[in-house]
Every structure is written in C-alpha cells, then in structure tokens.
Design a protein around this ligand. Sequence first.
Ligand SMILES: [Zn+2]
Length: 346
Amino acid sequence: MKIKLILLFSILAFVLSMPFIFNKSVTITDPHKLDADDNFIINEWVEPRESAAPDWNYNLKPVKVSDRVWCFFGTLEMPTKENAGDMSNSCYIKGDDSWIAWDSGPSYNFAKQAYAAMSKIANLPVKTVIVSHEHDDHWLGNNYYKQVHGAEIIGTPSINVNYHKGDQTRMVKTLYQDAIRGTELVPVDKSFKETTKFTVSGVNLEYVHVGYAHSEDDWFLYLPDDKVVLVADVVMNGRVTSNRDGIVIGQIEALKAIKSRDWNHLVPGHGFVTDKTAADESIQYFDLTKKRVLQAVEDGVKADDITKTVTLEEFRDKDLYYTLSAQNVFRAYEELEMYSGDDDEK
Ligand SMILES: [Zn+2]
C-alpha cells in the first residue's frame, strides 16, 4: 500500500513537472518588451505627472552648417529633467518648397519650437521627416510634424516593431510634463530595406542603410550636392558614445561607409564638431575598443575583470566617460568573445 502510494505520488509529481521539463523555450508574444539581447525589459508603469506649468522653453538656436542645412545641437549629457531631453542633434534641410527634418528631437514641444525658429529663416512647411534610428531622443517630435504639417515620416521599420502608442519610453518617464506633454508615439509611414537615393523638394538625398551598429537598425543621410552627411549616433564627439544597444563591428562598418562619401561637413548625433575631423574620435574609440578587448580575450581575461583590464584612457576627459565607457567595454566583451575575425584584416 505504502509503495503504491509513493509510486502514485511520483507519477503525479512527474506529470505536474512536465510543462517545466519539456517546455524549455518561451514563446514571445510581446516582442517589443525585448532588448537587443532578447532579454525581457521590465516596463514599470509610471503614472503620468500633471502640471499646469507653461510649455518648457527649449530656447533653440539653429546653427547654419551649409547653404541649406541648419542644425540644433543638444548638450553632452544623458536625458534629464533639467535638459528636457535636449541632448541630441537634429537638422533641417531647406528644399525648394518645403523643409526636410532630419530627426525630430525628444518631444512634441521640442519639434514645435524648432519649427518656430526655422520658419523665421524660411516660411515653408515640413513635408518630410527622416529618422536615423529608434532611440527616443531622436524622433519623439514626429507627432508634431505629422499632426500639424501632415508630414510623411521615413524611418527604420524597427520603430513600428518596438514602439507603440501609449508606451512609456525613457523620455516619457524622465521629462517633466511641461516638456513632454503633447508627445505621442506615431508610427513611421515609409521604410526602405536598403540604401536608397531619392529627391525631396529638389534636394538629392542618399539614405544609407548601415544596419546593426549603434542600434538595431541605423541609417544616415548623405547630401551629395551639398557635401554634407548627417550621421546621427554612429558618430559622437566631445563625449563617449553609448553602445548599450550596439555592436563594435557594426559601428566600424558604419564609419567606413561614412568615410567612403565625399563630404565637407558631418553632423554627429551628439557633439559639436562638424568639420572633416568630426568622425575621428568615434573611429579611434571603436578601433581601440576592438583591439584591446580582442587582446584581452586572447589573454584569457574573464568577464568580471574586463572593465578593469580594458580602459579607454584616451577618452577620460570626454563627457560621460565615467557613466558609459566601462559599460561599452563590457558590452564589447560580450560581443567579441565569440568573434572569429575578418580575414581581410589578417
Ligand atoms: Zn541613439
């Protein structure tokens, strides 16, 4: 009797544990909750703050980069309540009968105020917005251009996959209501699979696909007649980059694609240097990271010690070095530990 009971219990226990034994793979029903490594992102809901304060004044001053390109340059910081997300660069390109916006900044209010400043230069509508990548400091102004100007939004398809109306992005959680109010996540209207040349309002553009580099899917914009390249976050200067969602090898490829174009001015995603040296810091940062991390892997340095062994001393004086560089090295280690090398470099 006792043995029978034990047997019965064992069978019952086995049956109960079956789903755990056999069901090792998890079915992903909500892919936008995954980060670049397919880890679940715990999205803690933050109650929207109310505020009757007047709209945040971004005090935006466009800087003329070339004959028909103006840009707004943000601070070299992480997004905070104090900078209201004004910590990335965005640009306006003057066409024959409309403006083209390159990235739209961190909020509806930012985009609205950027347009107010630009319309003093030329009173044209914004009919096209072109977006570099999915990070929310670069495109949360899209709904201003969509709702007020009826603009077409061109961008990476990853925005429509990873972001949905009502999602609380980093910016939505961080900023005060007076800055973020009015901001809504709107989808991209048009995407391309590969590098595409097109003309908007008389401006020849090459929208260059560099793929997985700084983010899951990066693009830059080349203006061949103006010899200007707007590259967003695959280049930063004056500060250390954030490679949390990126890969070193993809970054190096992106920088090669940028170098291969003929330009006199380059506008980075963050940073103020726009001359022919604008990409140099990023090239050096990623080359050194790759070289040193690969050397450390070869020397058998373990994950726990990698950020002690590999430092980017050359960048110690740059903004955000202490916030981001160790994290970038660790991320590079995760990536390059399995790296088998590219033959053309040997
Ligand atoms: Zn970014």
